[in-house]
Design a protein around this ligand. Sequence first.
Ligand code: UT7
Length: 337
Amino acid sequence: MVNNPTVQTPKRRAILAGTGSFVPEKILTNEDLTKIVDTSDEWITARTGIKTRHVVSEGETTATLSAEAARRALKDAGMRPEELNMIIIGTITPEMVFPSTACFVQDMIGAKNAWAFDLSAACSGFVYGLSIAQQFVSSGLYKNALVIGAETLTRITNYRDRGSCILFGDGAGAVILKSASEGPQGVMYSTSFSDGSGWTALNCPAYGSRNPVGKSLADPSMVYMSIDGRAVYQTAVRRIVELVNECLKKCDLDVEDIAMFIPHQMNARIIESVGKRLKFTNDRIFINIDKYGNTSAASIPIALDECRRLGKLKSGDIVLLVAFGGGLTWGANVIQL
Ligand code: UT7
């Protein structure tokens, strides 16, 4: 599959000014799930690497999680909300059909000078968002952009389907890109792909214009996420390997030049298998799916923020973010911190 990006050498750079993340307090353990479906801690751990996930409570929504992650990113960047020019939220579990979750967040954090919109690309929502923000910030059109990945997936999880309900959790992660003329290279390269013919592998068919409210559903479980886990697994490994190779080639980097590979937290086995094929040493692959499960668009920015907070990254390091998910969609960003 051919795409059109090139490594940009713009006059200005889109540098990473701050990160933040937030997950709800309530935790759902593998043990808890054994009381809901026919499963076991051993099966979930061995097949996915997941131990716990964070789950929203009454009053917590995609916008409230996003706003808290955004406040933390602003604090990290030493920036006031009024300094933001744009807000993009990657999510498939928006606050409402409309207005966008991003408009709610703009109001909640007081970012009155930012325009705001949501982006629907499932697990690739954050990397797609970062590639869009990169264009505005590195061109110098905008000074500061806030990109969030946020989900309340447990609101559309089918807790009668043991093949999927063990996977998903809730959370939000945020990154601020700032326009700069010097310093680190910031977002060096972004690449994005879609293949709509693969939509059946991952979807939530109701309620949209194809299955509107009021129309009787062929199956009541159509209001929940449906996944063909095995098909996704195999395609994801192939696409992620391709993305990493493309990024290395376009940026003229070797695997050893990547300080941290931060993939979408889909399944620890997928990440480990990709890591082995690409010869990433374990200390340069970030995995936190054990604590949060699969949080779709939120997983990469949560992982990036946690990785920084754990002191695993330093200024000048190059990180590689790679996602694959529903659509099908896939994409990557290479960032020098
Ligand atoms: O981020 C994008 C969305 N994420 C995904 O699409 C996830 C990608 N896929 C995966 O992570 C894995 O495919 C799963 C974790 C979903 C499933 O793992 P798997 O190794 O592909 O298992 P499987 O679906 O091939 O099922 C193997 C067996 C089946 O039993 P039989 O037919 O062999 O007797 C399932 O019925 O495991 C059974 N099974 C379970 N057993 C205990 C399925 N779910 C469970 C469960 N507990 N929760």
